[in-house]
Design a protein around this ligand. Structure first.
Ligand SMILES: Cc1cc2nc3c(=O)[nH]c(=O)nc-3n(C[C@H](O)[C@H](O)[C@H](O)COP(=O)(O)OP(=O)(O)OC[C@H]3O[C@@H](n4cnc5c(N)ncnc54)[C@H](O)[C@@H]3O)c2cc1C
Length: 438
C-alpha cells in the first residue's frame, strides 16, 4: 500500500471508529491510569486540546515516584519524599475520575468505569502500569506481614520494612531475588543488595554474612556493557551469584525460601535458610488487560502497540505508554520520558489525518546504584544497545551519577516529566556529543 492510501485508510478507520462512539460523557482524549505515563501524556494533551477535553481515570489517592523506593529501602530517603497527592500531580485542566477502568470497548470507543459510568473518546491512552503479584509466591504475603526480616522495595505497603530489616541483620544468609517474569526497573533487585552490603560492612556484620543474588536470569544484567562492569563488583563484594533460580515459596515459621532451578529437567528445587530476604515479586500485565475480551493485548496480556510509535496495532486511535505495553525495552520511568512525547505527537498526527511518525529507539535507563555514593548510569535502547547521554564511559561507577540519581532525577520527574515537559535526554545527548564524533 502506498503512503498516501495508507494515510487515507488510517483517516477512514479513525472516523469510522469515532462514529461508533456511543453514550456517556465524551472527551477528545481519555487516559487510563494516572501514573508516570498517564500524567505526562495527560499534561501534554491538556495543553494541546484545552481544559475539559481530557479525562484521566485513576483510582489512587497518591502518586508515587517509585524510583525513589530503592533509596527509601536503604534509609537515604523517606517514603514521604516519594509521594504526592494525586490531585496535585494530575494536570489541572483534566477531569479526574477517581475510579478504576472496568472494561475497554475499543470497537465502540468507550470505557466503563468501576461505578458503571461510561466515557467515550476520540483517543484513548492506556498507561495502567505493571501488576505486582505477591500471591504468586506461596507464603510471601504472610511472610511480608509477619516477619520483620522479609521485605520488598516494590510495594508501597512494605518498602518501609527494608531499612529496619537491613539494620536488624546480624549475619547469616541474606538473600535477594529476581523473578521469572517481566519486571519494572530490572536493576532494582540488585541495587538494594549493593546498598545493604555496604551498610553491613560499615556495621561490622558483613564477614558473618553470606549475601546471595538468586536470579531467574542467566546473567547479572541484560545489557552486556553494564553486565561486564557489574560482574567485578559482585566479585569484589563477595556476593554469591546464583543464576536461573526462581523464588516459589517462603515459610516464615521455618525462615526458609525455596527456589525452583529453572534449568533442571526434573523440576528440582533448592531451599535456603534466610536471615534477611528481599523479594522482587512476580509481575504481569494488569488483570484488566490480561482478561480483556477485546483484542487489545498480545498473548502475554500486555497492550499490543507498535514499538516505534506506541500506537495500538489494531486500533489507530489507541496509544499505549509505559509498563503495560509490549514494547520490547526495559520498563522504567526513563522509558516513559521518550514515550510520552511520541504518544502525544502521534495523537496530533492521527488527528491531522497522518500516520504517526514516531521513531522510538527503545530509550530506557537504569541508574545502577552500587553503594551509598556510587552509581553506574545504564542507558540503552532496543536490544540492549547503549544510548548514553554523557561523553564518558557510563559503565564506570561514579559519584556524579549517584547524585544525579538521588538529587537531580527526582526534580526532573516532578517538575518536568509529570508536567509533560521532558521528552527524554535525546537533545542533551546530541549537545553532549557535539564534536565527539558520536
Ligand atoms: C523499586 C523500584 C525502583 C525503580 N527504579 C527506577 C529507576 O531507577 N529509574 C526508572 O526510570 N524507573 C524505575 N522504576 C520503574 C518506574 O517507577 C516505572 O517503570 C514507572 O513508574 C511506570 O509508569 P507507568 O505509568 O507505566 O505505571 P505506574 O506509574 O505504575 O502507573 C500506573 C497507574 O495506573 C493505575 N491503575 C491501575 N489499574 C487501573 C485501572 N483499572 N483503572 C485506572 N487506573 C488504574 C494505578 O493506580 C497507577 O497509578 C522503579 C520502580 C520500582 C518499584
Amino acid at each position: 500500500m502506498s503512503g498516501h492510501s495508507c494515510r487515507r485508510m488510517q483517516r477512514v478507520l479513525v472516523q469510522f471508529t469515532r462514529s461508533y462512539s456511543e453514550g456517556g460523557r465524551h472527551y477528545k482524549v481519555v487516559i487510563a491510569g494516572g501514573g508516570t505515563g498517564g500524567c505526562s501524556v495527560g499534561a501534554r494533551a491538556c495543553r494541546t486540546f484545552g481544559r475539559g477535553n481530557v479525562a484521566i481515570i485513576e483510582p489512587a489517592k497518591h502518586h508515587y515516584y517509585q524510583p525513589m523506593w530503592t533509596l527509601v529501602g536503604a534509609g537515604i530517603k523517606q517514603v514521604e519524599n516519594s509521594s504526592a497527592l494525586m490531585k496535585d500531580v494530575l494536570p489541572s485542566g483534566c477531569h479526574h475520575y477517581e475510579q478504576r477502568v472496568q472494561e475497554f470497548n475499543p470497537e465502540k470507543n468507550t470505557v466503563i468505569l468501576s461505578n458503571g459510568e461510561k466515557l467515550s473518546y476520540d483517543y484513548l491512552v492506556i498507561g495502567l502500569g505493571i501488576q505486582i503479584n505477591l500471591n504468586k509466591v506461596e507464603g510471601l504475603i504472610p511472610a511480608l506481614k509477619a516477619d520483620r526480616n522479609v521485605c520488598t522495595n516494590y510495594v508501597r505497603e512494605y518498602v518501609e520494612k527494608t531499612f529496619p530489616a537491613i539494620q536488624d541483620f546480624r549475619g547469616g544468609n541474606a538473600i535477594f531475588t529476581f523473578p521469572n517474569t517481566p519486571i519494572k526497573c530490572a536493576g532494582a533487585p540488585q541495587k538494594i543488595m549493593y546498598l545493604a552490603d555496604e551498610y553491613w560492612r560499615k556495621a561490622g556484620v558483613r564477614d558473618k554474612a553470606t549475601v546471595m543474588f538468586n536470579t531467574s536470569l542467566g546473567v547479572i544484567f541484560g545489557v552486556k556493557k553494564y553486565a561486564a562492569s557489574l560482574m567485578p563488583i559482585v566479585e569484589r563484594k563477595g556476593i554469591q551469584l546464583n543464576l536461573r533460580r526462581n523464588l516459589v515459596s517462603v515459610d516464615h515459621s521455618k525462615k526458609t525460601a525455596t527456589f525452583e532451578l529453572l534449568d533442571s529437567e526434573k523440576g528440582e528445587k533448592i531451599t535456603y535458610d534466610y536471615d534477611f530476604l528481599h523479594v522482587a515479586p512476580p509481575m504481569s500485565a494488569p488483570d484488566i488487560l490480561k482478561n480483556s475480551t477485546s483484542p487489545i493485548v498480545d498473548a502475554s496480556g500486555f497492550l499490543d502497540v507498535n514499538k516505534l510509535t506506541c500506537q495500538h496495532n489494531k486500533f489507530p486511535n489507541i496509544f499505549g505508554v509505559g509498563d503495560c505495553t509490549n514494547i520490547p525495552t526495559a520498563k522504567t520511568a526513563a522509558a516513559i520520558a521518550s514515550q510520552n512525547k511520541i504518544v502525544h505527537t502521534g495523537i496530533k498526527e492521527v488527528e491531522a489525518g497522518k500516520q504517526p511518525s514516531g521513531q522510538y529507539d527503545g530509550y530506557t535507563s537504569c541508574p545502577l546504584i552500587t553503594g551509598y555514593h556510587h552509581c553506574i548510569l545504564a542507558e540503552f535502547g532496543f536490544e540492549g544497545v547503549p544510548l548514553e547521554t554523557f561523553p564518558l564511559n557510563q559503565a564506570k561507577e561514579r559519584r556524579t551519577m549517584f547524585h544525579m540519581k538521588k538529587d537531580i532525577m527526582p526534580e526532573i520527574y516532578w517538575n518536568m516529566l509529570l508536567k509533560g515537559y521532558w521528552g527524554g535526554p535525546k537533545p542533551y545527548r546530541k549537545i553532549m556529543h557535539l564534536g565527539t564524533g558520536k
